[in-house]
Design a protein around this ligand. Structure first.
Ligand code: ZN
Length: 300
């Protein structure tokens, strides 16, 4: 069966897989980025390459430029306008290479392999981690936008009087609901990790929220409220019927999802928003690889 190479360019690791048209993973590899990201990319491709690959799909941390086939991931300073499409194509004897954002691939992967293809006409995937990313799958196709940056839900303004975001705007949802933003706020509001040697990160914060520690619970409630605003705004605009939440903060437990559903239920206005499904990812990090494969398989 036709197989393609899927590549996921993350903030700390590069992952890849050979995936066929039925969505079966034939081979998988993952490496820390290391000091030379280009060498790591070459190594990843060489480990996975095999005869007969029909193409490749890449999901990358952004920003990216679709027209030029370049990426400039914020966490990989050595790559600015890095020609990743040309690099990977050259390593694969010129096969077609498709590119999209990592969260766009996550959304597409969830739609294809996460059990949402039957019911979701408009799926929003969001990744809540050190940043907040998103992707839209509308009528079975991922919507990339003219430059490839559609779905940047982390930079929807939810508090115009809030903090300045690294992007330059004010009060982006990412300034409230990303993992680092949540822990920063919690620490400033009296949170101390219950386990003395625990790092004060989103995982420790989630554990303390589950135990009912008031500043930890409040940090999650505040983040969920901000995320609910961004999700409901997007859902109202695009008639979204399904939201899938992934990323490290979501993986830390049900705390975020529970609070998010509560915040959405309390704030839903238009009747069509009442049927919005909000679910956590069932695929984990593989969602991005499935989505990258789907890009390559469908030319999506
Ligand atoms: Zn921003």
């Amino acid at each position: 069966m036709t197989a393609v190479l899927a590549v996921d360019i993350g903030g700390t690791t590069f992952a890849g897989a050979v995936i066929d048209g039925s969505g079966t993973i034939a081979d998988h590899a993952e490496f820390p980025i290391g000091p030379d990201p280009t060498a790591t990319l070459h190594h990843l491709v060489k480990v996975l390459v095999r005869p007969g690959l029909r193409g490749a799909g890449i999901g990358s941390a952004g920003p990216l430029d679709l027209a030029d086939g370049t990426v400039s991931p914020i966490n990989i300073p050595g790559w600015r306008d890095f020609p990743i499409v040309a690099e990977v194509s050259a390593l694969l004897d010129g096969v077609p290479v498709a590119l999209a954002g990592d969260a766009q691939c996550m959304a597409l992967g969830e739609w294809w392999r996460g059990g949402h293809a039957e019911h979701a006409r408009a799926l929003l995937g969001i990744v809540v981690s050190t940043g907040i990313g998103g992707g839209l799958v509308l009528n079975g196709s991922v919507y990339l936008g003219p430059t490839g940056n559609a779905g940047h839900i982390g930079h929807i303004t939810v508090d115009p009087a809030g903090q300045v975001c690294p992007c330059g705007a004010t009060g982006c949802v990412e300034t409230i609901a990303s993992g680092p933003a949540m822990t920063r706020w919690a620490l400033a509001n009296g949170w101390r990790p219950e386990t003395a040697d625990a790092r004060p990160d989103a995982k420790a914060l989630a554990a303390d929220a589950r135990r009912g520690d008031p500043p930890a619970v409040a940090a999650f409630a505040r983040a969920a409220d901000a995320l609910a605003t961004a999700l409901l705004t997007t859902a109202a605009l695009c008639d979204v019927d399904t939201v899938v939440v992934g990323g490290g903060v979501a993986a830390a437990g049900d705390t975020l999802l529970d609070q998010l559903r509560t915040a959405i239920a309390a704030r839903t206005g238009m009747p069509f928003l009442g049927r919005l499904r909000v679910e956590s990812t069932g695929l984990g990090r593989h969602a991005g690889l499935y989505g990258a494969a789907a890009l390559a398989l469908t030319g999506n």
